[in-house]
Design a binder for this molecule. Structure first.
Ligand SMILES: [Zn+2]
Length: 346
């Protein structure tokens, strides 16, 4: 177990050598507007893992494999620097210093690369990896809670004032990890209440990234049943609007399982034997089954092979409109034929 104090010393040496301390002092100047009082103050620190390893290999290991632990070390050193050099008077506690470590690169080894084609994804260790992919969709920029201040409701408790309970957003965490109404005081266990006027909002944008090989699906005669699935990137704050649809990017990020999909409910229906035969016969291609079904649909109305797209759309819409409109719970959003519920999950 490395001595925390010596790790903090190494952080200080690294910040001093890399110009990080200088930048911290400059960033602090922007927070010295007396009108602006917030619960947390955000500092981005550029970290070159190779240089950190040169200063202290143990610290380098933390940066690469335990980003939360490394961030805590940098946060503590930054807070000490801010207090010792009197950079921002209105920062009272360490938790008000929100440090974001921005790695300049990762070692060029396979264990630091996430192939967007490989499964399972997101269950690995929570550490930075690099991935390359094509942007196929993105949302508008919306707000998220970057940080919030909570106060103890017990007036006799020291946490009923001041900045003891500060929660900041951590990479991979959901919004409810930052702001929720069931946090309790660590001193007296009373409920905590958010001091809403101190809430700090940031920008976020969701971007869908897919392996560049997915472009091959658009080429003719794709016979394999291989699928490509995109991953969602959360761009936060200064990274919003930094990507463009259709461009290829290499991204450094921490994989996380953010969405907990509700468990899937399904109604098993007896599928006729001839239909099952057809499904078996067309298993070699991902599209043939739906194409044949659409081809033959509505024989009394339109001859086979005509209006294929319309027929396919009608087939899909039938799935939704047959249920009682008042009771949308019973509607199906998707009709899938599979033996593997994992595929449905995804
Ligand atoms: Zn309390």
């Amino acid at each position: 177990m490395a001595d925390i104090l010596s790790l903090k010393e190494s952080v200080l040496v690294y910040l001093d050598r890399s110009g990080g301390l200088q930048k911290l002092a400059e960033d602090c100047k922007t927070f010295n507007d007396p009108q602006q009082i917030e619960a947390v103050y955000r500092f981005c620190i550029s970290v070159n893992p190779s240089d950190v390893i040169e200063v202290d290999p143990v610290l380098g290991d933390r940066v690469l494999h335990d980003p939360i632990g490394a961030t805590a070390l940098f946060q503590s050193v930054c807070f000490l620097a801010i207090k010792t050099l009197s950079l921002v008077e209105k920062i009272h506690t360490e938790s008000q210093v929100n440090v974001i470590l921005k790695l300049t690169h990762l070692p060029p080894f396979p264990e630091y690369t996430l192939d967007l084609c490989s499964f399972p994804r997101g269950y690995g260790p929570v550490r930075p990896v690099s991935m390359e992919g094509l942007v196929i969709a993105m949302t508008r920029v919306t707000k998220y809670t970057q940080g919030a201040r909570f106060l103890c409701i017990n007036d006799d408790c020291s946490c009923s004032t001041g900045f003891h309970h500060i929660r900041v957003h951590a990479p991979g965490a959901t919004e409810s990890a930052t702001v929720r109404n069931n946090f309790t005081c660590m001193i007296c266990s009373s409920p905590l209440k958010e001091d809403v006027k101190f809430r700090v909002l940031g920008d976020k944008q969701l971007v869908e990234l897919i392996h560049v090989k997915a472009l091959g699906v658009l080429s003719a005669h794709q016979q394999s049943s291989l699928r490509y699935q995109s991953v969602t990137l959360f761009l936060r704050d200064e990274l919003c609007n930094s990507m463009r649809i259709g461009q290829l990017y290499r991204v450094l990020g921490i994989p996380a399982h953010v969405h907990q999909w509700p468990s899937i409910t399904w109604n098993p229906h007896k599928v006729s034997a001839s239909f099952q035969e057809l499904l078996k016969a067309t298993a070699g291609s991902p599209w043939r089954f739906s194409a044949i079904v659409a081809h033959c649909f509505g024989l009394d109305v339109a001859p086979p092979g005509t209006y294929n797209t319309l027929k396919l759309s009608l087939l899909l819409s039938l799935v939704q409109t047959r249920a009682d409109a008042k009771d949308t719970y019973h509607n199906l959003d998707l009709l899938v034929v599979t033996t593997d519920t994992l595929i449905l999950d995804r």
